[in-house]
Ligand binder design. Structure first.
Ligand SMILES: Nc1ncnc2c1ncn2[C@@H]1O[C@H](COP(=O)(O)OP(=O)(O)O)[C@@H](O)[C@H]1O
Ligand SMILES: [Mg+2]
Length: 328
């Protein structure tokens, strides 16, 4: 793959609600290549959404802050930009679609106007030209009758069509990087598959780079090139999809993979990972996964493991990465 479009270095999100700040996302680092689809997975509350909102510098609350070395995109360090420059990057370079499009589409604005707004922010063109382009974008995301649909409001769309419309609004800005936060979770299985196919097509046609947040490894297996696994605010493993699914090296990723129904012929009972993720206000010392880990060794309770490179560019934050057969 080509050189990275996005380089994230030591990105953290802190919450300042109590006497001492809580680290909700802890020093995330990864690269995203042009045309790459990265699946960001992890249990609910592991920090996936906040990490991606931090990339866009769009945190949901003033009690949260971002720390980090760099988020490099299009020759800029987003963390060093003023708000006006950052606004220009948002949409045009990096866009985001959410699980619940209804709360992110403007109910009082026609879909075409919302797409056109993005187009006109970045291009000198008339309303009429923007409308024509909006129709084209609606066609590209598979909305039937785009000439009519362009004048409709979000509530006139079905759930799947609303998600397509939201993707269209993001695409109107022609971003290089699109973050899709659980874009199919609220949809039925058939529509889910259609939206995933759409994302793949957009990657192929536009060379879009994608971060696909999901808790569903099945979605990742179908759609992604690479996988990043988060646990309690930290990246615990990152690598190519085929390597990570075939040979997870972190006990937590191995547990996630083993919990997948696919694999065998359905004869083995589905495994689950015992225990619960820790509260971020009461993190264990050492490795955050240690209370649930079956493979504890010396140091796991005391020393936080850093991400280290293993083979094929795979990275794992574990003192005792599983051997290639899935055993320690
Ligand atoms: N606005 C907020 N203020 C304080 N804590 C938050 C806020 N939003 C999310 N969190 C906490 O940050 C952690 C990560 O949340 P989130 O990124 O939404 O997880 P995920 O997307 O992986 O489910 C959770 O523990 C959550 O409770
Ligand atoms: Mg989330």
């Amino acid at each position: 793959m080509s050189s990275p479009v996005l380089q994230v270095r030591e990105l953290s999100v802190l919450a300042h609600n109590g006497p001492t700040p809580l680290t909700l996302v802890d020093r995330l680092s990864f690269d995203l290549a042009q045309g790459e689809i990265l699946g960001l997975v992890g249990e609910s509350g592991s920090g996936k959404t906040l990490a991606c909102r931090a990339l866009m510098r769009l945190l949901p609350s003033n009690a949260l802050s971002i720390e980090g070395t760099a988020v490099h995109l299009a020759g800029q360090n987003l963390l060093a930009l003023g708000e006006a420059d950052m606004r220009a990057m948002r949409g045009r370079q990096i866009g985001m679609v959410f699980q619940n499009p209804s709360s992110h589409l403007d109910p009082l604005m026609r879909i075409g106007e919302q797409i056109g707004e993005g187009i006109r922010q970045h291009q000198q063109c008339t309303r009429r030209e923007a409308r024509a382009q909006a129709i084209e974008v609606l066609r590209q995301v598979g909305i039937p009758d785009p000439q009519q649909r362009v004048d409709h409001f979000a509530h006139e769309f079905s759930g799947g069509m609303r998600q397509r419309a939201m993707i269209a609004v993001a695409l109107g800005c022609e971003p290089r990087v699109l973050i899709a936060d659980e874009p199919t979770t609220a949809l039925d299985v058939t529509v889910q598959a259609q939206i995933l196919r759409l994302l793949l097509e957009l990657r192929d046609r536009r060379g879009l780079s994608l971060i696909l947040i999901t808790h569903d490894l099945g979605v990742v297996a179908q759609t992604c090139d690479s996988i990043a696994v988060m646990y309690a605010g930290r990246l615990c493993e990152h690598g190519r999809k085929r390597d990570l699914l075939a040979r997870p090296r972190h006990p937590y990723s191995a547990g996630l993979v083993a919990c997948q129904p696919a694999g065998g012929a359905g004869l083995e009972p589905l495994r689950t990972i015992g225990g619960q993720p820790p509260l971020l206000s009461a993190l264990p010392t050492g490795c955050r996964f240690n209370p649930r880990c079956e493979y504890l060794g010396p140091g796991c309770r005391e020393v936080m493991p850093d991400l280290q490179a293993v083979e094929h560019g795979q990275r794992v934050a574990c003192h005792y990465p599983l051997a290639l057969g899935g055993q320690p």
